[in-house]
Design a protein around this ligand. Sequence first.
Ligand code: UD1
Ligand code: UDP
Length: 368
Amino acid sequence: MKKLLVIIGARPQFIKFAPLSKAFQNFGSIDVIIIHTGQHYDSNMSSLFFSEMDIHEPHYNLDVKSGSHADQTAMIMQRLEKIIAKEDPDGVVVFGDTNSTLSGALVAVKMNIPVFHVEAGLRSFNRKMPEEINRVITDHISVLHFAPTATAVQNLKHEGITDNVYHVGDVMYDAALQFSRKAEIESFILKNLNLSSKQYFLATIHRAENTDNSTLLMNILQFLKHCSMRLPVVLPLHPRTRKMIKEYQLESYCEGIKILDPVGFLDMVRLESNAACVITDSGGVQKEAYFHKVPCITTRKETEWAETVESKWNKLLPPDSLSVEDSLDVMFEFINIQDRGIIQDYGDGTSSQKIAHIISRYFGLDNG
Ligand code: UD1
Ligand code: UDP
């Protein structure tokens, strides 16, 4: 029997883990221990996803909550080290690019436990983003690299990482496929909000570079407010953004926008798949817009998901250049594009199974 420790802590990591946890259920010879760092802790940022997506309760919760980068990272490392020492796993899985990812990978590598990185090789080439630092370091200390796209494989190659790099596709595509039908049946959010299909915009904003700059956050809200004069704008609000709107006293810019608390994954899938357009700075939401074939405006200067832009499903509208009138024109012109491409990169919905097989092979087990 081999033991695998899975480290998750932020909303997108619960979603990425959901299909992988199912895939591991077929591997009776791998004991999966789930560690929740507690980076996200509000029920609608955390426990809701475990119940909705049928994820096993975490075996440990490090309960670190919020803090500065150093505090959060250090606290996860200190608490995790004790658990790794006790559990003595054969490998550690980390996802994406959050502080939970980096802390988990650092503790494991220093205890000589192999690190397996799901969503390896993504780059924005913007080292001011905390996520970029987290990804680069995690990739360089990981043993198995699960790349979601061909571009990610190339990025790793440019940094000299060529061994054990697997282009497995995107586990978020697996999640989108696995939960779309359930969302159709179980989510009543459109009815509850009185929304009609293709007659509203869905927005999410939480990226630190946007929320922690009063001018940029104001520009984005002003843009959304103007959008809401054409069609309703639904904005499930990340707690970080809610806090910063209050701190910068930007409440008046929110008038006319339908602001909600963060929603669960099923409601989110339903909102995404029926939107006329998605407006976001989230990594995951950009791709999900493509999965549901909904055009997406990304309020950032760059994206790690270049193929969504190349195929014309995604358009970058950097918030420092958001002049409201021009941007609305650009957005409507973009929504009306007819000749959008197909992206093969994200796989066929079996990325999680591929990852489970490769890890099992690494452990020297028969593939279940
Ligand atoms: C983190 C990730 C980011 C990811 C995002 C997903 C890092 C550096 N950033 O950003 O890459 O896109 O998660 O959502 O790891 N808060 C609450 N309740 C919660 C969680 C957060 O109120 O349950 C508030 C706190 O005020 C906290 C702030 O949100 O200070 C930011 O949370 P944090 O986890 O530090 O970063 P995110 O912005 O969520
Ligand atoms: N999401 C959700 N409810 C929300 C906002 C987002 O379920 O209110 C989901 C979204 O569908 C996607 C994931 O959260 O699967 C993306 O996470 P987030 O935007 O927090 O982080 P990022 O992907 O930018 O790291």
